[in-house]
Design a protein around this ligand. Sequence first.
Ligand SMILES: COc1ccc([C@@H]2N[C@@H](C)[C@@H](O)[C@H]2O)cc1
Length: 449
Amino acid sequence: EIPLKYGADRLGKRSDAAMQKFRDNRLGAFIHWGLYAIPGGEWNGKVYNGAAEWLKSWAKVPSDEWMKLMDQWNPQNFDARAWAKMARQMGVKYVKITTKHHEGFCLWPSKYTKYTVTNTPYKRDILGELVKAYNDEGIDVHFYFSVMDWSHPDYRYDIKSKEDEEAFSRFLEFTDNQLKELATRYPTVKDFWFDGTWDASIKKNGWWTAHVEKMLKDLVPGVTINSRLRADDYGKRHFDSNGHLMGDYESGYERRLPDPVKDLKVTRWDWEACMTVPENQWGYHKDWTLSYVKTPLEVLERIVHAVSMGGNMVVNFGPQPDGDFRPEEKQLAESIGRWMKKYGECIYGCDYSGWEKQAWGYYTRKGKDVYMVVFNPPYSKHLVVKTPVGTEIVKAVTVNGGKDVKITETARNEYNVDMPDKDPGEPFVIKLETKEKTSETDKYRDALT
Ligand SMILES: COc1ccc([C@@H]2N[C@@H](C)[C@@H](O)[C@H]2O)cc1
């Protein structure tokens, strides 16, 4: 292995209680809320179909002009407790909030910049109110933090001169101060999810990313940090130059998921995916007709897909400038919540089963129980299940019905599991209780070929 000073500081998954809680949570929500919600994708009468939180970039708006949006930041319908109730009803166990996105506007009253909620007509500490409201509902709070900050004169995309070096060193100190502020003002924070860390300037300062991970773990015992923060001695990101994951969980699956057959390697580490409901909108965009918008069923399938491979899924919400949510997002939260209420035991605290995926859907596992989450009912009316050698199915029951399901052994380690006689009309779940096979004589005979 290559000797590294700033590579992975741990091999294998974290096994402490805080990480287990991160893992057991499985389903989270993203909140992308900032000045970009005010224009909602439109600038000077032109609607841009790129991601709304990047409008400043698409419309080439200078930062001082963009920050004038602060004078319009006055979300009169903002109600942190209503947001937290919506999250609880959706069944999310944690919420990741954009404390500061690339634009540099802070949802908390930071002392280190004038670009904060304090200097707006609204004044109030949005982040503080949200942390309290979510925690009061038993929901963990994670902080999204963009290192890249378009509002800061000392930010550099690359380091090409002594001047760059001095400016960026000031910028890294500013960033340290903001992170210490977040960790001390909001000590119940459970995770920092870093973004805006792909530039050469960061890759040339891998030491700093290792320092940030250590600083936050000293300030907030148990806190988790995503892999996207980290760069090693040679600028390698996410995985260090020896191929070891940095940070506590892989965070590269943004608007995409690992293939359930070809990418089984991801089951070796912790990972968390995040997704948008339109094709590519994180912040509020006034016109959702510009791209395909996923149905609740399509969102649900992605949630189950992630958990079936040992990952978490974070579903994004882009609140309106008035502080309320658009109807499509309220309906999505309700719909997912109704399903989670009935079948959530196949999600929370579940992991990769190690079983071979079948066409009808996905497996998840909790201890010796394996869940079949059926999205595609077969014409044969039988759900084919292949168990690993040495594992046998003792019993099958419907989740949210508790009805026994008939299983027929059809070959060695193969079973037909009957479909419920009444079509549930929605993705449904069968729980398989398994046990390790006693060594009995095997009545099956392989063909001689
Ligand atoms: C250059 O490509 C991107 C794409 C998305 C992002 C940000 N990551 C997502 C989680 C959102 O915050 C999006 O703005 C940044 C750069």
